[in-house]
Write a protein that binds this ligand. Structure first.
Ligand code: GLU
Length: 289
């Protein structure tokens, strides 16, 4: 249960105003402006430390339309970024207190382990191997791995089974790389999915593979050039990466996710970003492992 400091203050203020009103016969109009609704965090928790510092460092993608794409003003935009802003604001941190750091697939665990970032919100699949070194709140979205091909699908590819022995591009350190390797493809890896687009254009590879929603964003960004097969073959629950063992912070973020599923902030964040291209899904159940 997350107790809001602001709400408590308002309750006390209302009680005092009522008491004043009773004595002085009607001062109730002079209501003070509502205090920001930030919790009173228990000393020693990560939430208290971040709140006290007034800043947070969040790792996200900088080249993935709809989820995390660095804008012309240098700030990233997308669904992951919106989730990060909600978490920061609930910690009492203003938007200009968020330092956005680019994380690519391969450096997400190291950046959390060595303290480069406080959180990673970056199309980051929750899995057991990663849970050995970091922890995850969430999931806050369920994606699935898919294939991106040239518009018109000249090779007639319908799924990963069609790709045996064929050149396919993916990203080092991702689940996409590990999953597609099981299909006997000729795997070409790079550090970001946007770097796979030129090899696809030039015919160096016949497909790019990662999560359907990342591919949808890349297709949308390059109209008429690419298409997503739309035959997802894995489950990719997106989590919020945090320091291994920080159960209080994980529980707090999980509570917050459930709150924003309920109050509409999750759907608003989706609709303002990924929802411009993709249908609004039901939010997934939080996994309190
Ligand atoms: N969701 C997958 C992963 O976390 C693929 C997308 C990505 O690399 O960001 O590995």
């Amino acid at each position: 249960m997350r107790l809001k400091k602001g709400l408590m203050i308002s309750a006390i203020a209302t009680a005092s105003i009522l008491a004043l009103g009773a004595c002085a016969g009607g001062g109730a109009e002079e209501e003070t402006p509502a205090a920001p609704e930030v919790e009173e965090f228990e000393a020693g928790t990560t939430m208290a430390e971040l709140n006290e510092a007034g800043k947070i460092t969040i790792g996200t993608k900088f080249d993935q339309p709809l989820f995390g794409l660095k804008g012309l003003d240098g700030k990233p935009v997308g669904f992951d970024v919106e989730i990060g802003k909600i978490i920061a604001s609930e910690l009492g941190i203003p938007e200009d207190g968020i330092e956005w750091v680019e994380t690519v697939s391969a450096n997400r665990e190291p950046f959390l382990e060595n303290g480069t970032v406080d959180l990673v919100i970056a199309t980051y699949t929750i899995n057991d191997k990663r849970k050995e070194v970091i922890d995850f709140a969430g999931p806050y979205y369920n994606a699935g791995q898919d294939l991106l091909v040239l518009e018109g699908n000249p090779e007639g590819i319908t799924g990963p089974e069609d790709l045996e022995g064929m050149p396919v591009c993916s990203v080092a350190g991702s689940t996409s790389e590990a999953n597609i390797a099981e299909y006997g493809v000729e795997l070409i890896t790079t550090d970001t999915y946007s770097n796979c687009l030129e090899p696809l254009r030039s015919g160096q590879v016949v497909a790019v593979t990662t999560d359907n929603v990342i591919l949808a964003g890349l297709a949308d960004q390059n109209p008429g050039e690419f298409e997503v097969i739309s035959n997802p073959f894995t489950e990719e629950p997106y989590g919020i990466g945090l320091t291994h063992g920080d159960t209080e912070f994980r529980n707090w973020i999980n509570d917050l996710l459930e709150e924003i599923y309920e109050d509409g902030r999750w759907a608003d964040a989706w609709e303002a970003t990924a929802g411009t291209v993709l249908k609004t899904p039901e939010p997934p159940a939080v996994d309190r492992y």
